[in-house]
Design a protein around this ligand. Structure first.
Ligand code: C2E
Ligand code: MG
Ligand code: MG
Length: 545
């Protein structure tokens, strides 16, 4: 094969031809002009010329071939994943861009399938990285063996693969490929002697010939559909119009949120917690809102998940903490009756993961002058359970004299006895779902058990989401007397709460006349108004002494 290529090389044939022609011309010239010796010289010089030409051509051929092989090897490496030999992420986007152009020209349908293996992390962690690599190689082989000849398989990264189905006549054909892939996964994989059943979730984006999406849009949409499939445990899911709008919305929120922080669009609202038995104001919960320039007031449920995913939660959390402590300290200043009133602030997972968080809390307390006993940090049950390692952080916070509350209690996976471990927690906020459905036997039993356990552990119980007089009565019967809910007040802006009427002793079990419409000052505005009376010079948290 090697030799054949050499013999057939056009460069070699050409060089040989040139050398032979030159030798013939020289021989002819000498034969005509001189005698036999001339003929010998002519023959020899011709042969030498021919040989030189051959060697030159051979050398050229050799170097060209090696350069070409080297370039081809480099090109292959740049385009392929070293583990599986499939196209890599970069090559996928290039190839997909070509495929989109071709689908438009040929009026055909294109399908992009985004695959994510379901239990890959478990296998990788329990059996080791080599087993994980082997599994990825097997999956790559299976995919290549399942898709049609013209289709493209790429490893997107980690345990994610992308299949591009080209030249299809209908959308149904894309689904058929997805089903075929799922079927190929039903057969167990033999991994180091043991049979492993693996499964995958597939998200599908389908591009019709008139589709205007580019390669990264299609992969992003297929990825979003994959999450839908994973969540629904449905095997595969197709990206649809509703999802498209959600993705665009999410991208808009992500873009605007960066500016929201700089442009002081985040505001903090306060919802009262009422001690119904004592007929007094027990405290407030600080709840963040986004005063969006075009969309109006946006609730935390619509932007905090984006903030968490994009790593902005710690900044937002610090802003709310500063604002809420500053606001409570202002009220303390304006009314002596405000001084025992608690201020609850929600703490997100990302904030707790930062080892410096206790120092930040200490700094904010010192900066605002709020007595630590008035601050309550609310942490959801799941976050506490997921981060047992973070317990030392919680102890540090408790040691500052701050109260810790478990929020949305009853919605997570923790058992009642488990809560005993959290000796630094002193308040339980029972989730609205239980308050809503106290009529059901199970919920009654749970609330009864929670209250009994809370008493035994000396915990304060707060009921969230109280909306009716009937619920108030039932909760009082259970022994729960601190309540928060629309029945008393919706969350309102800080400047809608008049400290002269709010903090004087009066019957707070009757909703106070406050204006819920006021958008309020931005967090930074309240904090700025505050700098006049307080030392606001330290921007960085200091270390606890
Ligand atoms: P959460 O901490 O459990 O706050 C209580 C939520 O229940 C608030 O919703 C409040 O407006 C709502 N609520 C109170 N009473 C009633 C009622 O009677 N009926 C109904 N239907 N709802 C009631 P919101 O303000 O939308 O906040 C939702 C969640 O967002 C909060 O749940 C909290 O987990 C999170 N969140 C809000 N602000 C912050 C923040 O600054 N930081 C962090 N990390 N999370 C926050
Ligand atoms: Mg809360
Ligand atoms: Mg809650």
């Amino acid at each position: 094969m090697h030799g054949n290529r050499l013999l057939l090389s056009p460069g070699l044939v050409f060089a040989g031809g040139v050398a032979a022609t030159a030798a013939w011309l020289v021989a002819l010239l000498f034969f005509r002009i001189t005698d036999e010796s001339g003929l010998i010289i002519a023959g020899a010089s011709g042969a030498l010329g021919g040989l030189g030409g051959m060697i030159g051509a051979l050398w050229q051929n050799y170097t060209t071939r090696h350069t070409q092989e080297y370039i081809a090897q480099q090109e292959h490496q740049a385009k392929h994943d070293p583990l599986t030999g499939l196209f890599n992420r970069n090559a996928l986007f290039t190839e997909l861009e070509h495929s989109i152009a071709r689908a438009r020209q040929t009026d055909t349908v294109l399908g992009v399938l985004f695959l994510d293996l379901d239990r890959f992390k478990v296998i990788n962690d329990s059996m080791g990285h080599e087993a994980g690599d082997e599994l990825l190689r097997i999956v790559a082989e299976r995919l290549e063996g399942t898709v049609r000849g013209g289709d493209l398989v790429a490893r997107f990264g980690g345990d994610e693969f992308v299949v591009v189905c080209r030249d299809l006549l209908s959308e149904q054909s894309v689904l058929a490929v997805a089903k075929q892939i799922l079927k190929s996964f039903t057969e167990p994989v033999s991994l180091y002697g043991g049979a492993q059943v693996i499964s995958t979730s597939i998200g599908i984006a389908i591009a019709r010939p008139d589709d205007t999406r580019r390669s990264d849009d299609l992969v992003r949409d297929a990825d979003a559909a994959m999450y839908k499939a994973k969540k629904a445990k449905s095997g595969y899911a197709v990206f649809d119009e509703v999802q498209r709008l959600q993705v665009i919305d999410r991208l808009d929120i992500e873009r605007d949120l960066v500016q929201a922080l700089e442009m002081e669009q985040l505001v903090v609202f306060y919802q009262p917690l009422i001690d119904v038995e004592g007929k007094r104001l027990y405290g407030f919960e600080a709840l963040v809102r986004w005063n969006h320039p075009t969309r109006g007031l946006i609730g935390p449920g619509d932007f905090l998940p984006v903030a968490e995913e994009t790593g902005m939660m710690a900044r937002i959390g610090e802003l709310v903490l500063r604002e809420a402590c500053a606001q409570a300290a202002v009220w303390n200043h304006l009314s002596p009756d405000a001084q025992g009133v608690k201020m609850g602030v929600n703490i997100a997972e990302q904030q707790l993961l930062d080892g410096n968080f206790p120092y930040l809390v200490a700094d904010v307390l010192e900066w605002s002058g709020l007595p630590p006993a008035q601050l309550v940090l609310e942490i959801t049950e799941n976050v506490i359970v997921d981060h047992l390692a973070g317990l030392s952080i919680l102890r540090d916070i408790r040691d500052l004299g701050v109260t810790l509350a478990i929020d949305d209690f009853g919605t997570g996976q923790s058992s009642l006895s488990y809560i005993k471990q959290f000796d630094m927690v002193s308040t339980l906020k029972v989730d609205k779902t239980f308050v809503d459905d106290m009529g059901s036997g199970v919920n009654r039993a749970i609330i009864e058990a929670v209250v009994a356990m809370a008493r035994a552990l000396d915990l304060q119980v707060v009921a969230e989401g109280v909306e009716s007089e009937h619920q108030v009565k039932e909760l009082l019967d259970f022994g729960v007397h601190i309540m928060q809910g629309y029945l008393f007040n919706r969350p309102v802006a800080g400047d809608a709460i008049d400290p002269t009427s709010w903090f004087i002793s009066r019957d707070h079990s009757i909703a106070a006349p406050i204006d819920p419409g006021a958008p309020g000052l931005s967090s930074t505005q309240v904090s700025r108004a505050f700098t006049g009376t307080l030392d606001h010079t330290r921007a960085r948290p200091k270390r606890l002494g």
